[in-house]
Ligand binder design. Sequence first.
Ligand code: 3HC
Ligand code: NAI
Length: 699
Amino acid sequence: MTETPVRYSREGDVALICIDNPPVNAIGQAVRTGLVASIDAFAGDPAAKIAVLYCAGRTFVAGADIREFGKPPQAPFLPDVIGKLEALDKPVLCVMHGTALGGGLELALGAHYRLGVPGLKIGLPETSLGILPGAGGTQRLPRLTGLEAALEMITSARHVPAKEALALGVIDGLADAGQDPLTAGLAHAHDLLAKGAGPRRICDMPAPSIAPDQLRDMRTRTAKRFAGQIAQLTAIDAAVGGAALPFRDGMQHERALFQTLMESPQRAALVHAFLAERKVAQLPELAGIAPRAFAQIGVVGGGRMGSGIAISALLAGLDVTLVERDAQAAAQAHQNVAQTLADSVKRGKLTDEGRARILAHQFRAADSYAALSDRDVVIEAVFEDMDIKREVFTQLDQHCKQGAILATNTSYLDIPQIAAMTSRPADVLGLHFFSPAHIMRLLEIVVPDKTGADVVATGFAFGKKLGKVSVRAGVCDGFIGNRILQVYRAVSDHMVLAGASPYAVDRAVTEFGFPMGPYAVQDLAGLDIGFMTRQRKAASRDPREFVARWADVMHARGWHGRKTGQGYYSYDADHPKGRPSPEVEEIIADERRAHGVTPREFSADEIVARYMAAMVNESARVVGEGIAARPLDVDVTLLHGYGFPRWRGGPMHWADAQGLGALLSQIEGFAREDAFFWQPAPLLQQLVRENLSFASLNS
Ligand code: 3HC
Ligand code: NAI
């Protein structure tokens, strides 16, 4: 990198403006200043007839510099820089490669011509960060594509592939395959000069309009899809409002709305989520530690999780051998994997040739552990039973090569105990996937004390290869996510015992932003899973702990949730998502009577307050005990594995936003009713005493 991240030079009559600001050429203040200097240099260079604006490195500009958000804005401002570029009286060609996102695409829209390098993706993903395109994106893009297409791009925040960008008219053409941005830009600039092309400014193009009923439909759809969020609807207001105004006024309108969103808690939460999910893999213990090889993967067990893990690895290009307990089960597992790959083709995630190649060359199912002797990493996903795990790990220890990593996907079992079944505990760790494993992005990497640092580093490298968001977790019952889940499920049961209906709890929680409430989730997962967990924990349970017996009654009646047509909800053809069940309410009422409880009303606010207080309190314990390395690791776990609304940032970020003092007082208030359940987490008490936030522990 040079001193300034923007270089100006000239080749013949073509000026070259190159942004070189690794890793993703984000536009921070230094880039903005450099751009202004280069624009002035071009304007004042009589030998330069046209300018080519492009980027060095792996991508075009990925947007404004997110790390500047929330700090006092520093001149020059991006809309002004782009306005200055557009106003030039000599033409500017922008060549984009990699991803041109947010302020990056807005910069390109300020140029007069746009060329894409094959593989380019463009987008205005600002709404996914809780803001709107604030450097002319809501004003210039609709002038090129029409309002409907532009607003679809802006509200969905999606990355649009080059061919679609060409069809939409956002780029004028595509460079030849294999051409780098500079070579392509020079060739195209000479063509433009030969044609006598002059500046072609989007701001001079007519503003588009949209029919009122179409706009109404769009607003309704958007409000439903992004319930609770403000950025998407505000972006529609910016574009539609701006289109009715002269360009300059439209820009000011956009800016004013952008500033409002920039100040919003949703922006803070979404930016936190973006940065946190990148920070989870940055752990001091892994600095400078090289991962082991992981090209050859073994999976033991081809049921729900094993086949999903196999598919995830196959889709990432890895070689997979899956071992089942006998030839018939192996054939079944092979069929499960083949079927899911075929579904991936239908969903457009894989080509048919890709599917055939995977089945011919990358994947095999076997019934003997000897088939795993050449594997670098083996992941066990057999029944959740310590005796069966013992049998499997004894076999793995015998058959796997030295240096192979042995991982378990167990949800709750004690991983150090599993490691101790082998002669190589330093090579054992937990790789806890979520169901369906080829779709859910969360991977908890569970690290017993004896596990080698290079084994942990391999877990992270493997997770990255699979496109997962990997979070380090320590050993405890349920690791990070399931441990916290057990507590917020328990508080739900407490509220139901006291008088809330399970449906009121689900409703309040979904209104808060979770896609499903705790009872609907249990129906989906199967009530037999909860039953087995209760059985497993029965012997070690503290007698003061409340256990909902209604769940056992439901289980005994064969009501195992959706798969049996009856759980907390009743499911039938008319109610595929379930309807409340009076019989369930009757069973619960019986239990209230048995406890001598007179049911009382719960408002949605009270339900959410207790649900969240329990979640935050347990999260604080998880951090305090070192099970999660930092509060941000809890946030990312809950965001990616448990449906926590991203625009609220995760439980720890949410707690900071509420104020930890107020939350602690609330918990202390609840503790006066039930001192056993509501014991305040020591870390929460400490932070309140020291007037600190969870965020202060993230760096
Ligand atoms: N600003 C600052 N840093 C950024 C950044 C940005 N816009 N985009 C990415 N980075 C950083 C990441 O935090 C990461 O840093 P780290 O190595 O310290 O963790 C590094 O660049 C590499 O990023 P990724 O790990 O995400 O790399 P990938 O190759 O997986 O993905 C990407 C690249 C697709 C560009 C992805 O980073 C991305 O989606 N970036 C955000 C794009 C975006 O939302 N742009 C809009 C910004 S808001 C805006 O432009 C406002 C304007 O309208 C005024
Ligand atoms: P499953 O019952 O769908 O599959 C288990 C598979 O293991 C079966 O196909 C069975 O034939 C096979 N198996 C049993 N003993 C074997 C042996 N000795 N050798 C080879 N294969 C053997 O179970 P599921 O749901 O896939 O769970 C597997 C593991 O993953 C469990 O430890 C579970 O706790 C964990 N897990 C489950 C999640 C879920 O949502 N289902 C989520 C995360 C983890």
